[in-house]
Design a protein around this ligand. Sequence first.
Ligand SMILES: Cc1ncc(COP(=O)(O)O)c(C=O)c1O
Ligand SMILES: [Zn+2]
Length: 427
Amino acid sequence: MRRYKKTTRSYATYLNCVSCGKEYRPDEIDYTCPDCGPWAGTLEICYDYSAVKRQLTRESLRKNRDFSHWRYLPILPVNNPDFIPNLRVGWTPLYRSAMIERELGVGSIWIKDDGQNPSASYKDRASSVAVVRALEKGVQTVTAASTGNAAASWALMTALTDLEAVIFVPERSPKAKLAQLALYGATVLQVKGSYDQAFDLCCQAAEKWGWYNRSTGINPYLGEGKKTGALELCEQLNWQPPDYLFVSVGDGCIFQGVWKGFRDLYRLGLIDRLPRMIGVQAQGSAPLVTAWETGSDRAESIIPRTIADSISVGSPRDQIKALKAVRESDGQFISVSDQEILAAIRGLARKVGVMAEPAGAAAFAGMMKIANQCKFKTSDSIAVIVTGHGLKDIESVMHAAPRQSLLVENDLQDVADCLSRETRQFP
Ligand SMILES: Cc1ncc(COP(=O)(O)O)c(C=O)c1O
Ligand SMILES: [Zn+2]
C-alpha cells in the first residue's frame, strides 16, 4: 500500500471555464460550465500555485523516491490519497536515440514510452486521477466511452475498487483491447457504430442513471492526469523542456493535458520556457488539422477512416482546449498517412526498441515527416510521446513488420534450404 501524508483538501481551488472565464468550486461542479454547454464549457482546474510552490521544488523532487506520477501529488486534484490505486502509473522511460539524431541531423531526439503503463497506454494517467475523484464522491457506478484504451484503463482502475463500471466502446475495437476489458471484469457494451456514437450513448446513459462519467472532453479531471507526462519529461530532462513536443491526437485530451502540464511547471518556476506543441492526426481522421489550417475555432465533424483506431475520431471532444494549446504554444497540427504510421511502427521498434500501436506511433510519424521537410535546426531538442503499446493491436503491427516468419519442416536440411533462399548468403 502506498503511504502518503493524508491531506483533507488538495491545492485545487477552483475550476475555470475556458470560454466565459466563470469560476466554480470543486464541490460545485463535475463536468462542464452550464452557461456555455458541453463543448465550449470545458473547465480547467486551477491551483493555489504559491502553496504548491512551497511543496513542489526541484529539491523535494530530487529526494522523492516515489517513481510514479504521484510524485507530483501537490499539483494534482487529490483530496484523499488513500484512494490512489496501488499501481505504478507514469514515470515511464525516456530514451534518447543517437541513431535517429544522426539520420535526421538534429540535436536530440527523445522518445517517452507510455506503453509501459499498467494497462499499456497513456490513458492510465487520466484514469488513475479520475478513479480517485469517483471514490471521493462516493459514487457506485461509473462509465466511460472510449476507442478502447481509455476503456481498458478505466476497467483496470475500477476493478481494484468496489465501483461498478459500465463501458461503451465501438463495435470494432481491436481484440486485445476487448480482451483487457473482459479480463478486468467491467460491463462492456460494444456499440454497433462508431466511437462518436458510443460517446453520445454513454453520455445519455450517464445522465439518465446518474453514473460518474470519465469520458473525454467533459471530465476536467482527465487533463490533470494527462499533464503528468509533461512534468516527468521536464524532470527527466533536468528541467530543460524540449523545443518541440509531438503527441498523437484524437479527441485532443492528451494534447491539451500535456500543454497544461508545461504551463503549470512554468507558473511554478520549475521551467523557464515552453515547447512548441505539435499534434499529429491520421490523414483519414484529421478534423483538428483542417480547423487549424483554416483558422477556425471549431472542428467540422467528419467520418473517420484510419488504421489507427485510437485516434479514429470524427468529432474531437477536447477541441476547444486542443486548438487553444496549439495556438498558445506556436505549434502546429499535421496529418500522416496510414503508410507513414506503419513505417513509424517499424522505425520505433527497430531503431529505439519501442513497440507501438498505430495511434501510439503516429506522433513519431509526424516528427519524421517534419524532419524530412528540413524544418528542424541542428540544435533542436525534440520529444515524442508514444501513447500505446503495440501488443494492443497485433494485426496492425503485423502489417508494419518488415518480414514474416518462415515455416520449416522439423529437419536441418530444410532449415538450411529455407535460410539460403531467404538470406542468399547462407550457408
Ligand atoms: C494510444 C493512443 N494515442 C493517442 C490517443 C489520443 O488521445 P486523445 O483522444 O486524448 O487525443 C489515444 C486515445 O484513445 C490513444 O489510445
Ligand atoms: Zn462558461
